[in-house]
Design a protein around this ligand. Sequence first.
Ligand SMILES: Nc1ncnc2c1ncn2[C@@H]1O[C@H](COP(=O)(O)OP(=O)(O)OP(=O)(O)O)[C@@H](O)[C@H]1O
Ligand SMILES: [Mg+2]
Length: 457
Amino acid sequence: MSAPSPMEISLQNPQDKEIPDQNGVIAVDSAPSPSLPHDKVLVSVEVSLKPSSTARIDDVRSAVERMLEKRSLSYTDGPVPVPPDDQFLTENVQRICICDTDEWVQNHEILLFWQVKPVVHVFQLSEEGACEDVSGDGQPSTFNEWILPAKEFDGMWESLIYESGLKQRLLRYAASALLFTEKGVNPFLVSWNRIVLLHGPPGTGKTSLCKALAQKLSIRFNSRYPQCQLIEVNAHSLFSKWFSESGKLVAKLFQKIQEMVEEENNLVFVLIDEVESLAAARKAALSGSEPSDSIRVVNALLTQLDKLKSAPNVIILTTSNITAAIDIAFVDRADIKAYVGPPTLQARYEILRSCLQELIRTGILSNFEDCESLMLPNYGSLKEKLNMPEVQDARTLHMCKLLLETAEACEGLSGRSLRKLPFLGHAALASPYGCDPSKFLSTMIDTARRERSELPD
Ligand SMILES: Nc1ncnc2c1ncn2[C@@H]1O[C@H](COP(=O)(O)OP(=O)(O)OP(=O)(O)O)[C@@H](O)[C@H]1O
Ligand SMILES: [Mg+2]
């Protein structure tokens, strides 16, 4: 792999970082941080409107700001209940969520309300779903399109678990790029672009992370860009057997994107998955094993992308399974290159914990009689719990140990395999109903070992 450029972000040196649990609870200590700046810390508060709501965004924003002021909250990531006595909010708001405080909160400290300036983002999810480009002549579609923020990507960002603040850094890089454009920074004096490349082994969540990032940015930037779209280019389909048509397909696709981009209130995300397929097609064409049309298609695509790059309201998201340098012109110029690796022990524990809690929520696994007791601690507070076994509930402690053991047994499995493991584990059970969680985890350990033994060397 080539030496990382200064902008390269990588998961190779994970720093220990607290991952909040599903309810946003992170272990806290009430003393204010001495390292906090004197001026207030900006904290994002995301407010999702009900599908039926027709309230004005500004009205909801003001109502939420007033509510936050009144409640004198301390700020940790996670949901804030909508006050039942506030009729306007209960009628219009589905969910209020505090985000990204873990960036500021260090050493288990808490952000108190007077240290915070909440930045409220109000949005309504689009329920339209993916709109395919249907050519009607039997050709595979060349792209999918979503209006963002889309219902189907809701919760995706939160479900992706990485360490060392990868998600936050991606968000910040993209936000800086949009801000530089917005403020009209002269690109001859300070150069930057809006190309993101996520690379790493299969199943590590690269495609999902691109979609989730687009969704997040559409929420965070909705006051500047009230309309956002995500176009997922199906690179494979551009190299189908209808090569003579491919040139036309590329032209049609980019004409559409260009039209979207011309509307300055639109923010357009273009996702090109598995960009290495472009490089491979070009190489094959040069060696004569592919029709020469294919080189024209790749070149046309690259030229179009190059052109698109100069538009201020476009972010190009790309992924690749090849971790070595990809021989492709525009990816070289990607500002934001991030290596996305297989989940570490901490991430594996958190992924499995979220799976387990979902199976308990849906009743597939039986809970203890007093439901409260099976709130499994997050990885951060796990160490503490294991160190003080005498003050813990014995059943919870046993579950924590088993969960940790399962996470250890899953070393080397991708995030994709991990999310499938509970299903495989369940299918291996003798009795599928109301299974005891600890028995289930023991089965999962066996399933994980089997999955690992089937991994290619
Ligand atoms: N770190 C992770 N945390 C949580 N879920 C993960 C993680 N990595 C992968 N997943 C899950 O794995 C599934 C597959 O992810 P995705 O398709 O985005 O991976 P990918 O890296 O694009 O794979 P490929 O290289 O094969 O295209 C997703 O449903 C995602 O939820
Ligand atoms: Mg992918």
